[in-house]
Design a protein around this ligand. Structure first.
Ligand code: FES
Length: 86
């Protein structure tokens, strides 16, 4: 199971962490990854001055924006799942 953690602390929230979560949720459904990817939230990852902080497995990406959600998901999430992604 690959875990994605989206920061929902106040700084990230105003930068659109809820939109990011919606997009990830939609892509997880769309790609049928519900049993392979777990989406959860956390309060503050200590990069508040940057974009929305997202952690995928043990790597933190401190600068993700809602507009990049789809490409981020494909590049950083689907790619980690390898070929069995579908
Ligand atoms: S609120 Fe998201 S890193 Fe601090």
């Amino acid at each position: 199971m690959l875990t994605i953690v989206i920061c929902v602390g106040s700084s990230c929230y105003v930068r659109g962490s809820d939109k990011l979560a919606e997009t990830f949720e939609r892509l997880i459904q769309q790609e049928g990854l519900g049993d392979r990817v777990e989406l959860t939230g956390a309060f503050c990852m200590e990069h508040c001055s940057m974009g929305v902080s997202v952690r995928v497995a043990d790597q933190v990406y401190p600068e993700v924006y809602p507009d990049d959600a789809e490409s981020f998901f494909r590049n950083e999430v689907v790619s980690r799942l390898g070929q069995g992604a579908k």
